[in-house]
Design a protein. Structure first.
Lengths: 378, 378, 378, 378
């Protein structure tokens, strides 16, 4: 969490109906459009990312609607569960948690849906539980190839601001995200980026909605205001976060995380451990999940790393519990923090007596040092 | 907004699945029970107070249920509107925005409801738009007298932490509140305090729910954790706010706000202006709405006060727009801040050439000085 | 203390030998020149204002030098004591602590000093202990009239940034100030503004000096660096303070404090109490000392105000102990804070049963409201 | 700089003459005694460490006094220069900047000084410019062996709070330190720990003094107050720093830095580079200076590390300019930060094309991992 952002959120709360607030409101809304790479509306809720998932459903769908989803990992499963609670019928394509969504399968499923029963395809861009990404542009091409009218709903919770994401160009209809990952903020803000098609769908969607309703939000947002009391102090942080991303340049931010992903994978290879993600084109620039050697418990290892080196590694979630640990490299992160993080993993492996080859950190440093010579993109 | 709280929320965000978080989670949940004066569960959402209203409905009611509500002011109207959006049938008793809910009318309405169609009575404890309170204990007695099984839902958004509130003793079933008023926090947290009866009702309630669902929250809260990512930094602030309230003692906090209310009303009387609230037993200790003399626009007056004295007075909301201004005296407020606030109003009245009698501030100071001699309650 | 400044000083300390520091260093040095209204060097020490007094002496004088000083109040006495400790011979003109330095007396003293024994005249611009100012331009005119080469050393500790001060135009040779009064910062920085004549004097001055030595400081300052480790975080605050003063405009800042002084004096007159300062042309815009009615102890009164209203009034210092209390109105202060402060005094007078007339606050509010109608100077 | 400390210094400044300040004053003074490991007085100045050097001289010595000093590095040279400016006669024993003070030489010098001309021996405990420590207990034993009455003045600026230091047990007379190194604070506070013998010497010392004078400070400190306006916000930070040191336990703090020193030296050995410090018993646990291979400029290397990895390595100071770079590992530093720092050096060596052996970081990690298994001392 950058100091700049923590100081920003510590500013006194201003009147959310006054003129100073309007400037703040417009700055963060305009800024999020740039981050989502969209010209359409972006809605901000005081909520977690889960709330923003719910907003995507209740604004676009009706009870009984069919939704195509894919078991790419823990968060895909949770989102599916939410869909079921709203009475949506989910066609949930099973997966092994090591691959993203296969565009060819999307095309096949939609082509088979001749009656147009499927109202939405909902996919997770970057699966936080696995370190596997789904190629959103590929999914959209598959939908277009099938000439199917379903909406494309995307969870970009852990990719926005760290991994390249183009809401408009990639044809997403609702992109869901939140404050606490690549946006470098504390949790408490949920986002929806909304296409014209999604907006049109919201007029006929019949799930009951009030707090999440886009219409009054978009109306009030025009002047920089919000429908219900906004989380003003987190918006201060959001303003700062957008400025930081723009100062660095999104293209440089994304390149930086790709570099961290590659360095991390070189370290894992150096340790002779296995990366969970099975397909190189789907490697996540935001985090890397590492498979624990057989006979060793990932959570026991994580506990040792936390106790001895005061570092929280990500746990294996859902059916990966105890089987993987996750190294995050998203957000406000630099080469030295990555070196420290990888150093902590290497020391932890030794301290926990997990079998591994020494020198993973050296491999990562070699790569980072060689990349450091390249000029920054502008 | 107290400095202590602003510094508290600027602490680095910790892992919401780790042991340090569990301590934080339990401390704020236990603390909120003390503030709500309940032994039952309290649920915390990343949301505005509006979200917590929604949570109260979707956890306890089903589409088509009848709800008894009262037009006590702007927020009562908004809450009614929300009920309608969820397909609830609201019996909305009209009001003049100068009185709270009449317990006798509650008893009459419930007694007439022989078939038990009314599933809930939903009232606002302290109407932020009017400075009028409803006597919740009286409403409960009326419900008991009518021997009616309806749930009692209470909006305590602007009373919790400033005006005495006793969830258990007064027999509220769901009390809705949020962070940004008496709790002295930035906006972004919504609360539900929940009775056993409300919890039982949630098993049969049929409105679709996921984000707001109490059950998984209560289950996870037992160990100090949350179902979805919590707004950790605001929870740091909540921990600090609860400590501040407990350090001062709730009984002293409430007495302080009663004193501020009385001093403000003496100032208003000194200016020979009219208080909106028509019934002394319903005067709000948290804010006072003042009726603008005929021929003068309250918003023009407020604009002058903002421009010349950098003070935001509350606007007249809904049908009171332009007709009243509101003086807030809730939260982290002391005698000198009140003297400054009332001084700003008196100067603003002069600057805006509103007819008024001089000396309102003097009357308030006389009262505060006389009260200052009394020892603090312990 | 403004929030902006507190947040500014909470930024992580940067390397005081690096390029980012140089920018900070030059910005605060340039900014202080604007605040002192000088084109000459300003030196910043990690020190209290007392340290900056010492710096003025050790850089310009030699043991045995004669210095002309005036007993205008407590701080004048302390500065005299310091001079004595350095072996300077002080001609200390007695005073009643109700008047500033009389320029006619300065002229007379210097005219009598035919041999040029007096090396410096050292005066306090705004006596914090009395609320009496000395007219520095008048002192300089007197020195010029006497055609005397003595240096003019001025203590502007409690005036800089609140009361008009013109180092160059008024012909001061060394102006001493510090961070914690009109500059709105926490204590910890001392300043010297230095004329060419003072700089020339420093080459022949013989008091031993190292930490306070101007020469290496001025040399390093050229590039934005400091001789010894600077108090970087306080410099962050200084940068913010200068920006705040420049945003408001010094002319507006000074007018604001003059207005506060007048309002406070009207309150004191309204209470039928006596102002310590005997000469209207010497009234301080930064603070007002009020004489306690006979038979009442000012410190007992102050203790009651502190306990009941949590407000620290200034104590009577030195020989005024128990006889006056001081109302500060300098720094980041607005009309409402003054209204609150004066309200606290009025309530305190009642609570302490000090005889006074009611209505002082009303008189102040009347004045402030009438002044608020005037447009800001630009 | 720990977040806890930055947040602590952002608290509003309190009245330095009020009761709340007295508690703060006593807590920091008592805390510093524990950190210096002394029962005698500790004096705190708003100043840099250089100011605290000056305080040690002006309180104990008179012009013309002889002082024995040793050329152990850049700061020893600067302190010698200061002594000369106060008219002290310094016997400055030359050195090669790779060794600490040789106790045998101290004994010899003092034994030769039969007339007792030497009034003080002044040594630097941890030379920040070289990473070489002087064994203070050994120096004291040498002085005792010579039965010489000179005072022992010690600069502990960069050791206090990171390297074991025992003012009383080691027989230091004045220990000089400051806020910004091991104490983890921003710069702006200087400290003197004072023995009874030093206090006695101050009665007869004749250098002029006022700001630095111990006597009024010690008198006011008894009740928690200060003679001149204290740097209150930095004292908030000092209170927090002392609490952090005591929470961890000084013995653990010192062990942690010894471990960091050893790990760093293993990295340097792994890179096949040379450590500046020539004697293992004098290795600094606070920082390590590394000799740049011939033909390579340390400052060019440092510039690359700053530009590419945003890390400030310490420069070679004085006659070491361009010849060494310094790796700091003092203060609030953990294993992962050290891993990141060493990773940055290793990457920088590669990026700057300095000849080195790969694997230095791996050697450090191996050592740290093996040490992590040992239980903390209590």
């Amino acid at each position: 969490m950058p100091d700049r952002i923590l100081r920003a959120i510590a500013q006194p709360t201003i009147d959310h109906r006054g003129p100073a607030f309007a400037l703040l409101g417009r700055e963060v809304l305009d800024g999020l459009q740039r981050v989502f790479q969209t010209r359409g509306p972006v809605v901000i809720y005081p909520s977690s990312g889960t709330g923003a998932w719910e907003a995507a459903f209740v604004n676009t769908l009706s009870a009984g609607d069919k939704v195509l989803m894919f078991e790419t990992g823990h968060f895909a499963v949770l989102w599916r569960d939410m869909a079921a609670r709203f009475g949506l019928h989910v066609d949930f394509v099973p997966g092994d948690w090591r691959h993203g969504v296969d565009p060819a399968l999307v095309e096949q499923k939609l082509t088979e849906d001749r009656g147009g029963a499927i109202k939405a395809v909902a996919v997770v861009h970057n699966e936080t539980s696995t370190g596997v990404t789904t190629r959103i542009a590929g999914v959209r091409r598959a939908m277009d190839a099938a000439r199917h009218p379903a909406l494309l709903l995307v969870d970009a919770v852990s990719s926005l601001g760290s991994i390249e994401y183009r809401h408009d160009e990639w044809g997403a209809d609702v992109t869901v995200s939140s404050s606490q990952k690549g946006m470098m903020l504390p949790p408490g803000l949920g986002f929806n980026a909304i296409s014209e098609k999604a907006l049109a769908a919201s007029s006929s969607a019949r799930l009951p909605r009030s707090y999440w309703d886009w219409a009054p939000m978009i109306k009030n947002n025009a002047a920089g205001f919000f429908t219900t009391t906004p989380a003003t102090n987190l918006l201060y942080g959001l303003r700062e976060a957008v400025r930081m991303l723009m100062d660095e340049g999104l293209v440089n931010v994304f390149a930086r995380h790709r570099r961290f992903g590659e360095a991390t994978r070189r370290a894992v290879a150096g340790w002779e451990l296995e990366i969970l993600c099975a397909t190189p084109e789907e490697y996540s620039p935001a985090l890397t999940a590492v498979v624990m050697p057989a006979g060793h418990d990932a959570d026991a290892f994580r506990a040792i790393v936390l106790e001895r080196f005061d570092m929280s590694l990500g746990a294996g979630l859902g059916k990966l519990k105890g089987k993987v640990f996750r190294i995050g490299h998203l957000g406000d992160f630099n080469d030295l923090m990555l070196a420290g993080t990888l150093g902590g993993v290497e020391m932890g492996l030794a301290a926990a007596e997990v079998p591994f080859a020494r020198g993973g950190v050296t491999a990562a440093l070699d790569y980072l040092a060689s990349e450091a010579r390249r000029p920054a993109l502008t």
